[in-house]
Write a protein that binds this ligand. Structure first.
Ligand code: 3HC
Length: 330
């Protein structure tokens, strides 16, 4: 950013009471400029970004688990290669997001510790099991589809490092969504058993996908402030509606139905109406009582412990490399 003189470099002793900084920040946000790591920003803006980006990063790496479950059982080499690439992409997304969060002064270790201690959330969607191969398709089509709908506007987020990370993530998510659609299409046009398997997966993933957008607007604690700061560009309900409108014709093309008897085009609103979401289920999943919450966190903690030697080796290599570079420079 920093085209405007409005941007002020953060200085601990100067910030706080000085409303000049706050005015400059507000003006930069109003002018749709990017806030960069060294700019002054309100503490609450920083805290909200860390909260959202941490939750987002955690979702990416926990999200590797349900799909990795099917890598060894993919029905062909082609499908296996695609799925492995996709799961690797998710690890990369986590890395971009943890790195972006680090620009706000929060280390990756700290965020991971909070995830492992259950003090930070990850997306509700990853607490559901992947029961059949068709679930890989349903995750790609619906879960990655919902993620893109939610995340494309984040490419215009007011915080520069987050916005830039999202550009690449969205490109990759778009590929993920298409592979899921293509997988489901193959099953839907396959044998009656394959078609039934695809339908069953869509039946199970539809409602949890709608919950990914968060609570309804009138219960969303952070939306109003996040939209004022241009972290979020649309409300939870707006994005949810956009997703439903995109999915209905796609489901028709797939030859599959969406499990909602109330889904109906509303001529007046120019949107699809849809039935009530079970928010009790959503709240239970957030409280840790979803079908797979415990399994996901246990697995994540185990992976972290088992990866300790890799982190140690990488740190030792970096230290050695720094010593060598230092010696060469001396
Ligand atoms: N799962 C878990 N927690 C959720 C949630 C969900 N689906 N939706 C909302 N919440 C949490 C919020 O984090 C907040 O909790 P907190 O106060 O303890 O932090 C609380 O519920 C209230 O919700 P709000 O609507 O007030 O929260 P936000 O304004 O932050 O909006 C959001 C929620 C729309 C998810 C927003 O944070 C967001 O856009 N995040 C970035 C995108 C993201 O995290 N996506 C994860 C999806 S999965 C993914 O990307 C992986 C890919 O591979 C599919």
């Amino acid at each position: 950013m920093a085209t405007a003189a409005a941007h002020q470099t953060y200085g601990a002793e100067e910030a706080g009471a000085d409303t000049t900084y706050e005015r400059a920040f507000d003006a930069a946000v109003a002018a749709d400029e990017r806030i960069e790591p060294r700019d002054w920003m309100p503490d609450a803006y920083r805290a909200t970004l860390v909260r959202q980006m941490a939750q987002h990063a955690h979702s990416e790496i926990i999200g590797m688990q349900p799909e990795a479950n099917w890598i060894t059982r993919a029905p062909s080499l082609r499908r296996k290669a695609i799925l492995m690439a996709k799961v690797q992409d998710e690890a990369g997304h986590g890395l971009y997001l943890y790195s972006a969060a680090e620009t706000l002064g929060t280390s990756r270790e700290e965020l991971l510790d909070k995830l492992h201690a259950g003090r930070q959330k990850y997306s509700s969607i990853f607490n559901y099991p992947t029961l059949t191969w068709a679930d890989v398709g349903a995750i790609g089509w619906l879960v990655d589809g919902a993620a893109i709908t939610n995340q494309v506007p984040l490419c215009r987020c007011s915080y520069g490092p987050y916005a830039r990370a999202m550009v690449r993530i969205c490109k990759e998510e778009s590929f993920h969504q298409r592979q899921g659609y293509e997988l489901l299409l193959a099953l839907s046009r396959g044998t009656p058993e394959q078609h039934a398997m695809a339908q069953d997966a869509v039946d199970r993933w539809w409602w949890p996908s709608l919950m990914m957008f968060g609570p309804p607007d009138d219960e969303s604690a952070h939306s109003a402030q996040s939209m004022t700061w241009k972290i979020k560009r649309h409300s939870n309900d707006e994005l949810r509606q956009r997703f439903v409108d995109i999915c209905v014709p796609q489901a028709e093309s797939l030859g599959l139905t969406l499990p909602d008897p109330d889904l109906k085009w509303n001529e007046e609103r120019q949107h699809y109406d849809f039935g009530p979401i079970d928010w009790t289920e959503f709240k239970e999943v957030l409280k840790g009582n979803g079908p797979c919450n415990e399994q996901r966190l246990t697995q994540r903690r185990r992976a972290h412990e088992e990866g300790a030697w890799v982190r140690e080796a990488a740190a030792a290599y970096a230290a050695k490399h720094n010593d060598t570079t230092g010696a060469m420079q001396a």
